[in-house]
Design a protein around this ligand. Structure first.
Ligand code: GLC
Length: 439
């Protein structure tokens, strides 16, 4: 498929997955609106229909809670949505006094990319009055999300926020969580899995892992979704380099937009947050020896085992110093097995827990590639960025707009299609963004 056709196909996918005011990540397997997916999706729309980009973001923030929290799924009614589990009833959001009474949502969040996306929408349409109005409207909502995170998710006031659940990381079944699951027992839940009806079992999390995922939500319910109690009692409390890097990058975008959006007084606060967050990210999460950032387990006070593609996300935040950057590039090269693998596997390919097909335990994900690509550009590393872009385009050209991809170049030649959900919205969106970037 040539680039022109690739671009057309990507737009078709987005429009096909679009419902009333929001877009499904992939029609069969993910039948609602997901938070960080909507950020990536809005970015794609901003290249050809800024109105759709604004609608996507507006819908997401209309489900925001009173305390600034933004939930990771909005359970819009749709024909595809029947019998999805865990559903709104299981989450029981109304147990929290902050929940939004107008929408059925989950009670956990996802990485805060929206500030960064807002800046891109602004860049795409700053000469249009409706875009100007939109930026002024969204700015305080996104800021309120950041305030929520710093206020309720940073118990030691370090400048690093924690995630409460593996689904909050966006990297659901990463091997880094395995040791947390080993640290407590979870009952087994009896429910009918729908994901494996659409995607091969070998490409999805194991059934037993869902017990831990669900048990955490049950525990939060017991604690009535009080963040303080969760911080005191939950076995899962992690400072994730990806989540924190997106927060920093979004702070930066808001600081650049503040004057224009009519909130110049917020610049000082945004800069203060970022100075502190970048320092903490570098001091606490960077592993000199491994040459990459790590996940920190606040409960057990140690790094979690294993290296992930999330560990490269601080490039996107412009956090690493030149010395750190040099080490990270060597690690990135190692992740590519000196070119035998496409960049960037989601998990260290030399680790015994690496699995090339199983979701976040090894496959390449386009959103992580895009993030690292943007990060490499921050440092002016054109050749590296080109390589990241070319690997991403090649995978989609050869194997279609899937959710995730086989990293091993030899093995991937034998595949007719990639892995996970098909016609995947953020894959389409980010291909649109990459193709529009003349690097
Ligand atoms: C999976 C991914 C998550 C994404 C969701 C919808 O759960 O791990 O990051 O947001 O699917 O695409």
């Amino acid at each position: 498929m040539d680039d022109k056709r690739l671009l057309e196909k990507a737009k078709e996918i987005l429009l096909k997955n679009r419902r009333k005011g929001y877009t499904l990540p992939s029609a069969h397997i993910y039948p609602f609106q997901w938070k960080w997916d909507s950020g990536f999706i809005a970015l794609g729309y901003s290249h050809f229909n800024v109105d759709l980009a604004m609608q996507e973001m507006r819908m997401l923030f209309s489900a925001q809670w009173a305390n600034g929290f933004v939930p990771h799924i909005i359970f819009h009614a749709s024909t595809e949505a029947k019998s999805y589990f865990p559903d709104a009833k299981f989450y029981g959001a109304s147990l929290s006094e902050d929940a939004n009474p107008n929408f059925e949502t989950t009670t956990i969040t996802q990485p805060p990319i929206e500030g960064w996306v807002l800046e891109r929408i602004y860049n795409a349409g700053h000469d249009l009055p409706e875009v100007v109005k939109f930026v002024k409207e969204l700015f305080p909502k996104i800021l309120a999300q950041h305030e929520y995170l710093y206020k309720f998710r940073d118990p030691h006031n370090e400048g690093l926020v924690y995630i409460q659940h593996n689904w909050e990381s966006g990297t659901d079944n990463s091997p880094v969580w395995d040791e947390i699951w080993k640290s407590f027992d979870a009952p087994s839940y009896d429910f009918n899995r729908k994901d494996t009806k659409h995607v091969q079992e070998s490409q999805r999390p194991h059934q037993r892992e869902y017990d831990y995922y669900l048990y955490l939500i049950d525990l939060f319910k017991e604690l009535k979704y009080c963040d303080q109690d969760i911080a005191d009692k939950s076995p899962f409390l992690v400072q994730d380099p990806l989540f924190n890097s997106m927060l920093i990058a979004s702070n930066n975008s808001l600081a650049r937009l503040a004057e224009f959006a009519g909130y110049p007084e917020d610049i000082i606060r945004l800069k203060h947050w970022n100075n502190k967050s970048i320092r903490a990210l570098n001091d606490k999460l960077f592993d000199e020896e491994a040459g990459v950032y790590r996940h920190y387990d606040l409960r057990r006070k140690k790094w979690l085992d294993g290296l992930t593609s999330s560990g490269f996300a601080p490039l996107f935040a412009g956090a690493p110093s030149p010395e750190m950057l040099k080490k990270m590039l060597a690690t990135l090269e190692r992740f590519s097995k000196n070119g035998q693998f496409y960049l960037c596997p989601s998990f260290d390919p030399e680790d015994s827990n690496f699995e090339s097909q199983r979701y976040w335990r090894g496959p390449v994900w386009l959103n992580m590639n895009w993030l690292i690509y943007e990060g490499l550009k921050v440092y002016g590393l054109k050749d590296w960025a080109k390589r990241m872009k070319e690997d991403s385009l090649q995978l989609v050209r050869d194997q279609g707009f899937y959710e995730y991809f086989e990293p091993d170049k030899e093995n991937s030649k034998m595949l007719e299609k990639a892995y996970g959900g098909e016609d995947f919205s953020w894959t389409a969106s980010l291909i649109i963004d990459l193709l529009n970037d003349n690097l």
